[in-house]
Design a protein around this ligand. Structure first.
Ligand code: TRP
Ligand code: CA
Ligand code: ZN
Length: 317
């Protein structure tokens, strides 16, 4: 408790100091940014994303080896993420639903401010399958979205649009949590979501760089980021069925996202542009007990985490 209070106080002190620098007449202070210029997205520290993954691994280990819907490791995962967001100043909501006779939970975090008629959302499923701890699928997306949200708070970002982050339950049972969320929105509130960005498996150990091909503006935003890094991407075309963007897309919300590959094998053409191992799955441990904290490619996790921040800033400023 004390820690989070003092953490917030020192963050406020930093904001005050930055405000003084920006408005005061201290010699050598950098000029204020040009009016209307978009704030630059921060670099997301991959070490912080990995620290969240280590916590999710510990939660699975302490709870029978998984973080699946209806198991103790799932709610413990929700409480871990919620604690970080609450301490950073987010407004969090836990939404319950029922699936296969068990209570499921979505965690929603709103960053106060911005135009709530134009909401930019990022989300990821927080549940694993029962077979294992689900660190690439989908600790990776969950940890990267969490760290992006924490970076919003650290930077004191004041977006033009409103930012909302989501962690979905029971994706592995057929996108149950995200569908429940979308079904629960009024027509008016659904229309206020200007974009939903989905992150499911973004640290695959033999990675590819796939960008969802659904909404052209969102797709271009991600492609621009990877072009800037000199990294080729391929379109991810399974928009209608494979993850939590599907309920949003079916409801008419523009969607996009990133994916580093699951059980398909890397081709020689793909290895030529991305490196890695030809003829081996992007994630050999997909839905298996070996999807542990060892089942992560740090470079892919880092690039995709930075891409999330880039897109959230670009689409909301
Ligand atoms: N949603 C799948 C899962 O969680 C993973 C997956 C396979 C996927 N193919 C995809 C996610 C394409 C996004 C896009 O098990
Ligand atoms: Ca980074
Ligand atoms: Zn998944």
């Amino acid at each position: 408790m004390k820690l989070s209070v003092s953490g917030r106080a020192s963050a406020a002190a930093v904001v005050a100091a930055v405000t003084l620098l920006a408005t005061g007449s201290i010699a050598g202070a950098a000029p204020a940014p040009t009016a209307g210029a978009a704030a630059a997205a921060p670099d997301i520290p991959v070490a912080n994303v990995k620290a969240h993954l280590a916590q999710l691994q510990s939660i699975a280990t302490a709870n029978g080896g998984n973080r699946a819907h209806g198991r103790a490791g799932y709610l413990a995962s929700v409480n871990y993420v919620k604690g970080k967001l609450d301490a950073a100043g987010f407004t969090t909501t836990v939404q319950q639903f029922t699936s296969s006779g068990s209570t499921g939970y979505n965690l929603i975090a709103d960053w106060p401010g911005g135009n709530t008629d134009q909401v930019v959302m990022a989300g990821s499923h927080l549940d694993s399958v029962t077979a294992g701890p689900g660190i690439n699928d989908n600790g990776s997306g969950s940890a990267a979205v969490l760290e992006t949200a924490l970076a919003v708070a650290r930077s004191g970002y004041k977006p033009t649009k409103h930012l909302r982050f989501a962690w979905w339950g029971a994706e592995e049972l057929g996108m149950v949590g995200s569908r429940s969320y979308v079904n629960g929105l009024s027509t008016a509130n659904r229309a206020k979501i200007s974009g939903y960005l989905n992150f499911d498996m973004i640290g695959s150990p033999n990675p590819g760089y796939f960008v969802y091909d659904d909404d052209p503006t969102i797709e271009k935003t991600f492609k621009d980021y990877f072009t800037g890094l000199g990294i080729a991407t391929e379109p991810e075309t399974e928009g209608d069925g494979r993850s939590d963007h599907a309920p949003f897309k079916n409801a008419g919300v523009p969607v996009g996202g990133l994916f580093s590959g699951a059980d398909y094998k890397k081709t020689s053409a793909q290895a030529a542009k991305w490196g890695g191992t030809v003829g081996v799955a992007f994630d050999r441990c997909y839905h298996a007990s070996c999807d542990t904290s060892a089942n992560i490619n740090d470079t892919a996790l880092d690039r995709n985490s930075d891409a999330i921040a880039y897109a959230m800033w670009a689409l909301s400023s």
